[in-house]
Design a binder for this molecule. Sequence first.
Ligand code: S3P
Length: 177
Amino acid sequence: MILIGFMGAGKSSVGRALGQRLGWTFEDLDERIELREQRKVSEIFRDSGEAEFRRAEHAALNELLNELSGGAERIVALGGGAFAQRENIDVIEASQAVTVFLDAEAAELWRRCREQAAEQKTERPLLISRHSFRDLYESRRPHYLKASFRQDTGGQTVDEIVGALVEALGLSPSSKK
Ligand code: S3P
């Protein structure tokens, strides 16, 4: 199962909590990129630019999808830009993995990202201004809506979102999705 959505959607925290609940492995694509590249996402953006980050992201995604096709019970969180790149959407659709869009309004996503930045939990190179954040959100949302399933996350806790997903998708520790 692949979790997609904009920055601040809760892809990593929901993915981790859902993995714990189901006993499935959780993986964050950005962490795989950092391991492969031996540097932080923010350093790739700063030293090599976004185009190089997208190249590294696509390579890591391909590697991951090859592993998923082995039928492993696994939840994967993508970075916010991954499901907005044509070449990534194509390989994900071809893999037939279930995609889940964690949705929320731009204002709430901005607030969550600002709170995480203030707590120094995350470094987000594309968290620049409220205006550019909203523009990026608007341009990507049509791509996210191509996911197999959309889950609203507005005003909900991680536990509430996990509960809603388990129910809506009929997930249980033994089921394979
Ligand atoms: C990005 C989102 C980030 C990370 C990178 C680019 C984006 O992941 O992949 O900074 O383009 O929206 P999160 O969505 O987990 O913040």
